[in-house]
Design a protein around this ligand. Structure first.
Ligand code: FAD
Ligand code: DLZ
Ligand code: SF4
Length: 516
């Protein structure tokens, strides 16, 4: 018989992960390790660390319940290996397997490291593809080949055809259109009630992990208070089912809306579970489609939701594996400014940024529009260094893994890739935030003003950004409108906006790299 050591990473917690496909409980050993190196290669939010460790412990316990031998290293064990590389070496030394099987990791740094495992460990190491996605990096690469630009919408239509989601029997898009985004930009009227949060009470395993993480990582950005994440596949499904019932019907309408004190609005809060393997994207999309077919949710909501997972999530993963490792180094707009300290403290009079940062500190979560149009937009128009911005996004969110974080930040928020997949920078003045939220009504600044002392800083920052990048944007037909408006402005007004933006940026405190 062949004795196989199967190594499972903290975001591979799916019973049907490819590395367990041919598991033989009689002979094989499954190894898992909580290690300091993974918790600190960026100083992850304590809620993320607690979520990953607790979900790992629950996953290991479920395998043991099936009679599988699991070699599990706890972070506080005396012989804890400290890093994944040391953990696999220890596992090989302890169990002397004939071979090792792993599923490819979600991050390039670990993928590159894994290429050296076989030579270093002296046993054959089989690295299997991660089949928990709708497509593979190789297939995405074939789709991308020869295309001048990569557009999610084209990719998404192909994925709809390939998977059959929301198609009529003759292969047409349900309702006649592929994309209902135009219907999905409503602001939240004050009388609209959002669903109460779905909370999972920490069990004994989670409480033990919370103590451990509190003792070891409380200096990281973020609080452990109120930890209510699901940590098993069953509870993650319950959280998702609750979303389908109470939030999905309005997900489309209010997808871009923001409101003071409401972190989730009508969003699913499931990326953390999808990315760690507690939820399966196929099952999630099937269930959303079922809700539509049973008349429980309208088409604009269900199409919008499925597009995020079948379209955007797969697309950004494809871009990541296609473009790494160079992708991380891109800085098309030559942005070099350090991160303002308020990204870590939340201390700013700008209500939109205060709200997004303080909520993120508490929840390890912000929804898409907060990430893109609040923290992302400020980073873009203020010219923040992509390295510093990427670091922040990796640290603060419980769902952050580089394969999904990096393209969203480099490509979507910062335009640092020069337009690999976004047709124009998502830059906005305060007007956009005012339209989509009640933040401006609760802000010390006045969103309608540009140059007065109390003017919203984003207005001057936006025009200074357009002016500074005028030449770069001239060849982009989608930037014609703002460039025309800028050209119509009196030169002294443009200069005043630029001065205002500069003095605002000069007045900020900045975080030294490594301060967090
Ligand atoms: P919902 O709004 O309810 O959407 C449902 C699901 O669709 C999400 O759970 C997610 O799996 C998927 N999805 C939606 N948009 C995207 C997208 N642009 N890319 C990939 N998947 C998407 N997502 C992460 O999972 N990890 C990250 O580190 C991350 N960083 C981001 C950084 C920036 C600057 C931006 C603009 C977006 C980022 N996203 C990231 C995408 C998106 O914002 C989150 O997936 C979403 O906010 C998670 O909350 P939710 O589960 O409530 O999502
Ligand atoms: C995110 C994370 C954390 C915080 N800790 C661990 C860990 O201790 N052990 C582990 O196997 N995985 C952990 N992870 C997830 C890994 O960082 C993730 O597998 C890689 O980044 C690849 O996506
Ligand atoms: Fe943000 Fe400007 Fe609105 Fe204040 S006025 S919340 S700074 S957009």
């Amino acid at each position: 018989m062949t004795k196989t050591l199967r190594f499972i990473l903290g975001d591979q917690l799916s019973r049907d992960i490819s590395s367990l496909a041919d598991l033989d409980p009689e002979w094989d050993v499954v190894a898992m390790a909580e290690v300091d190196a993974e918790a600190t290669y960026v100083r992850h939010h304590p809620k993320k660390i607690a979520f990953v460790f607790s979900a790992m412990r629950h996953f290991a316990a479920a395998l043991e319940g099936e009679g599988v031998t699991v070699d599990y290293s706890r972070l506080d064990a005396e012989d804890n290996p400290g890093s994944l590389r040391a953990a696999v070496a220890d596992g090989v030394a302890r169990h002397r397997p004939d071979r090792m099987v792993v599923t490819e990791p979600g991050e390039w740094r670990l993928w590159r490291d894994m290429q050296g495992w076989q030579a270093d460990l002296g046993v054959p190491v089989e690295i299997r593809g991660d089949t928990r996605f709708f497509t593979t990096p190789a297939r995405f690469g074939r789709w991308a080949e020869g295309r001048k630009t990569l557009r999610m919408e084209h990719f998404y239509r192909e994925m709809r055809r390939r998977t059959g989601f929301l198609l009529t029997p003759d292969g047409q898009p349900e309702g006649g259109k592929w994309n209902y985004d135009a219907a999905n930009r409503k602001a939240l009227a004050p009388e609209v009630r959002t669903p109460d949060r779905f909370a999972v009470e920490p069990d004994a395993i989670t409480r033990e992990v919370l103590d451990l993480v509190g003792a070891r990582f409380s200096h990281h950005f973020g609080t452990l208070d109120g930890f209510d994440f699901a940590v098993t596949a069953e509870d993650a499904w319950a959280a998702f089912a609750d979303f389908v019932e109470r939030a999905l019907p309005s997900f489309g309408d209010y997808q871009d809306a923001m409101r003071v004190g409401e972190p989730f609005v009508f969003h699913a809060r499931i990326a953390v579970y999808l990315n760690a393997g507690l939820l399966d994207p196929w099952a999630v999309c099937r269930e959303a489609e079922r809700a539509y077919r049973d008349g429980q949710a309208p088409l604009n909501a269900v199409e919008g939701f499925i597009r995020q997972i079948l379209g955007w999530r797969e697309f950004v993963r494809g871009v990541y594996w296609l473009k790494m490792p160079e992708y991380r180094e891109l800085n098309a707009l030559n942005a070099t400014r350090l991160l303002p300290a308020f990204y870590w403290t939340g201390e700013t009079a700008m209500r939109c940024l205060h709200e997004a940062v303080t909520q993120t500190r508490e929840e390890a979560y912000a929804h898409h529009i907060q990430r893109l149009m609040v923290t992302g937009n400020f980073a873009l128009v203020a010219g923040l260094d992509p390295d510093a911005v990427n670091y922040w996004y990796m640290v603060v969110f419980a769902d952050a893994y580089e394969w999904v974080e990096l393209p969203n930040v480099q490509g979507m928020a910062l335009f640092a890739d020069g337009g690999v997949f976004a047709s124009k920078p998502y830059a906005a003045s305060g007007k956009y935030i005012d339209r989509m939220s009640d933040y401006c009504r609760h802000c010390r600044y006045d969103v309608r003003k540009q140059l007065t002392d109390d003017a919203c800083p984003l207005n001057a920052l936006y025009w200074a950004f357009i002016a500074a990048n005028r030449e770069t944007f001239e060849s982009n037909p989608r930037m014609t409108m703002p460039l025309k408006t800028l050209a119509r402005m009196a030169p002294d007004k443009v200069a005043a906006l630029q001065d205002k933006a500069k003095s605002f940026l000069d007045s900020l405190d900045y975080a030294e790299p490594g301060a967090w």
